[in-house]
Structure formats: C-alpha cells, structure tokens
Design a binder for this molecule. Sequence first.
Ligand code: HEC
Length: 129
Amino acid sequence: MRTIPLEVRGPAPKMAPSETATELNRMPSIRAFALAGLALLPYVAFAGDSERGRDLAWQYRCMTCHGVDGRSNDPRYPRLAGQKPAYIIERLAYFQAEIEPFNEMNGHARPLTEDMKRDLAAYFSGQRL
Ligand code: HEC
C-alpha cells in the first residue's frame, strides 16, 4: 500500500456535528435515559408479565393438569413451577408445531400467542417447585 507523507495530507476536514447529536448532548439526562432503555431492551423484549401469565394459566386451564402454580403431583403431568422460561416457551412452540400429531398438549398450546407464551413462562418459572 502506498503511504501519503503527513505533510501532504493536510488538516482533517471539519465535520459538522449532526443536529440530533448536538441536541442529545445538551440533554444528558435524556441521553442517559435512552441509553438505559437500549441496554434494557433484551430483557423487556423477552421477559413476560407474570401476573398476566397467572390469569392465563387459570383461563386456559393449565392448572387442571399441571397443578396449582404448576406444581403437579400427578406423574402424567410435568411440573412447570421453577422451570426455565426459555424451556417453557420452546416446549410450547414445539407443541404448536404439532410435531407429535396426537400429543395432548397440541390443542392447549394452539391458541397461545408469542406474548401469552412469554407471560405463562414468566409466571410458571417464578413459582417455587
Ligand atoms: C389436559 C391436560 C393438560 C392441560 C390442560 C395442559 N397441559 Fe401442558 N402438558 C400436559 C401433558 C400430558 C404434558 C406432557 C407432554 C409431553 O411431554 O409430551 C404437558 C407438557 C407441557 C409442557 C412441557 C413440560 C416439560 O417439562 O417438557 C409445558 C411447557 C406445558 N405443558 C404447558 C402448558 C400450558 C402453558 C398449559 C395451559 C395453556 C397447559 N400445559 C395445559 C397436559 C396438559
């Protein structure tokens, strides 16, 4: 690669700072807030609402098989209490895909939206096993 001697390069061109950048610099609290928001985004996007999850668990009768708060004592039904949220969501997606055509869970998972799955997962994972 050919290098240009320093003297020939001259001063670096002055760049006008962008309007938004200067605005944000004048409002450090807003900038800090925006940065905090960005940093929290992954958690906010994936964490469900546990209270909504509890309501859904009753509404969709998950408790009738999986036990109150997901602590089933019936060997036919897995315990959901204390289970990892990602695992619960993954399993529900698996049932929704109907990979096992006659799995009892397929019909129960079918009506659940992505938000509902996250809320249910947040709820059950937060229960003591
Ligand atoms: C009629 C009984 C019944 C109802 C109601 C029911 N389930 Fe299930 N569920 C099962 C059975 C049986 C399995 C085991 C299926 C398997 O692993 O193949 C299961 C498995 C699961 C699993 C996987 C657990 C694991 O350890 O792999 C999750 C998650 C789950 N159910 C969530 C729910 C949710 C959420 C609801 C309510 C929307 C619900 N279930 C309603 C019977 C039920």
